[in-house]
Design a protein around this ligand. Structure first.
Ligand SMILES: [Zn+2]
Ligand SMILES: [Zn+2]
Length: 170
């Protein structure tokens, strides 16, 4: 049922009361080579149940794998386990076989986190000296946020002071 990194189910191999499909797939199937942010870190394990439902074929089950990514805050690489417990697709349009590859790939991509944090309380790194603050503190002064706030309010003040009469008229 595996062929060149694609996952096929041959219809004539699906048993009356369903067929279990357990495989380890090459992570190349994900084709992450174009992604700067996520990299494959392990095999893709599929544990699926395939059965006829009327004239359709239902495939459901579990897919697990792992990827690495860079933490948004501290920029360290870390491992992200991906676990899909509700893979579920109906297939209506097929001849001798069904190709599951695209649905597997898409479901895994959808399971990637939109925000990558190595841990919820990641301290990030110091913008001044670059120290990873999860590992050690640094001696830089703490950023004064009140000053920054003041600056941004000045930006708006500048807008307020704009004399609209000075704008070229049509
Ligand atoms: Zn981090
Ligand atoms: Zn620092």
């Amino acid at each position: 049922m595996l062929h060149k990194n694609r996952v096929f189910i041959y219809i004539n191999q699906i048993e009356e009361d369903g067929t279990q499909l357990i495989h380890q797939l090459d992570p190349k199937l994900l084709d992450l080579s174009e992604s700067d942010h996520f990299h494959s870190a392990g095999e893709i394990d599929i544990d699926l149940w395939v059965k006829h439902v009327g004239s359709s074929v239902l495939v459901e089950g579990k897919i697990t794998t792992s990827v690495t990514s860079e933490c948004d805050r501290c920029l360290e690489n870390y491992l992200i386990p991906i676990e899909i417990n509700d893979y579920c697709h109906y297939f209506d349009d097929f001849d001798d076989y069904i190709d599951l590859t695209d649905t597997i790939r898409e479901d895994i991509l959808l399971a990637f986190p939109t925000r990558t944090l190595c841990k919820e309380e990641c301290e990030g790194f110091c913008p001044t000296c670059g120290t990873n603050l999860n590992i050690s503190d640094c001696d830089c002064e703490e950023e004064d946020f009140s000053e920054e706030e003041e600056e941004s309010s000045n930006v708006w003040a500048a807008f307020d002071n704009l004399n609209l009469d000075d704008l070229p008229s049509e």
